[in-house]
Design a protein around this ligand. Structure first.
Ligand code: C2E
Ligand code: CA
Ligand code: CA
Ligand code: CA
Length: 283
């Protein structure tokens, strides 16, 4: 038993080593990957819970690695954050997603512009070029700033001082929406929401998962109801992530959530799919 245990640990060590090697390999390959165009973006629709029409789409980056295949952002965004490559990578994602949104909106303009949501990492938030880069991307594409929503995680803004909020405030003044992503996972003071330049709360997937049990825990319902009513009283729209079933969508609609995103509607996919969904008017 002892030697088996030893083997098990050796194997665990070998796996940890392999992971570390991969992590190191991926980290060093990141800059060239950006130059070689190995990143691509999938888009996931955001749907109005009221009538099922498409409100916009979230841009989600992937890496088509020559040896490891397609890697999800959880595999490389933390590495890019760590090395600072997230700044040029994030700029590329913004530029590409905004260009795509401009293209969708050229051929479909009734019912207001289709929104494009782009994730911002904490490092990008601290980068002094954020506002200038964003203005530049918007101007060059011709996309209405009101069609862009930048998603910032709740944890990145906990305890944020005015210096950190200033660029977000400037962007908000231009008409760019700021969404508080993964809301409910950090322990932010709800009263604090008032001083943040945000116009959208994105309720974390964990709340949606809570809607999956039968019967739904009444306390969970009360919590979501409370967040929605607080958000609405602060003029914030509420988006829910991770909607996987029709029952969850119905429940969240009844609770007053505005828009939803999740596999129930569509998995993240190629840009043409969003285009056809929008042309079809509803999911
Ligand atoms: P996120 O911003 O919370 O994005 C939502 C994640 O939930 C996405 O994972 C999406 O594919 C997944 N998802 C959507 N609907 C469902 C559902 O119904 N059920 C379940 N179980 N999952 C669902 P993904 O694409 O792997 O992205 C993971 C995270 O990586 C994102 O979380 C975001 O924080 C980060 N990320 C993605 N793209 C970018 C980017 O361009 N820049 C930065 N800084 N971060 C990014
Ligand atoms: Ca997001
Ligand atoms: Ca999220
Ligand atoms: Ca999340």
């Amino acid at each position: 038993a002892k030697s088996a245990g030893g083997n098990r640990f050796e194997r665990a060590d070998a796996e940890a080593d392999a992971r570390a090697i991969t992590r190191h390999g991926l980290t060093t390959a990141l800059p060239a990957a950006l130059d070689r165009g190995e990143f691509f973006i999938e888009y996931q629709p955001l749907v109005h819970l009221g009538d099922g029409t498409v409100h916009g789409a979230e841009a989600l980056v992937r890496w088509c690695h020559p040896q490891h295949g397609v890697l999800g952002p959880d595999r490389f965004i933390p590495l890019a954050e760590h090395t600072g490559l997230i700044v040029p990578l994030g700029r590329w994602v913004l530029q590409e997603a905004v260009r795509q949104a401009r293209f969708w909106n050229r051929s479909h303009s009734d019912g207001g512009p289709l929104r494009i949501n782009v994730n911002l990492s904490p490092t990008q938030l601290h980068h002094p070029g954020l506002v200038a880069d964003t203005v530049d991307v918007l101007e060059r594409s011709g996309l209405d700033p009101g069609a862009l929503c930048l998603e910032v995680t709740e944890s990145a803004l906990i305890g944020a001082d005015e210096d950190l909020l200033k660029p977000l405030r400037q962007l908000a003044e231009m008409g760019v929406d700021i969404a508080l992503d993964d809301f409910g996972t950090g322990y932010s003071n709800l009263a604090n929401l008032r001083r943040l330049p945000v116009s959208v709360l994105k309720l974390d997937r964990s709340f949606t998962q809570g809607m999956q049990t039968h019967p739904v825990d009444p306390v969970d319902l009360k919590i979501v109801e409370g967040i929605v009513s607080l958000a609405h009283s602060l003029q914030l729209a509420v988006t829910v992530e991770g909607v996987e079933t029709g029952a969850q969508a119905e429940q969240l609609r009844e609770l007053g959530c505005d828009t939803a995103q999740g596999w129930y509607y569509a998995r993240p996919g190629a840009p043409d799919r969003i285009h056809s969904l929008v042309l079809a008017d509803a999911i």
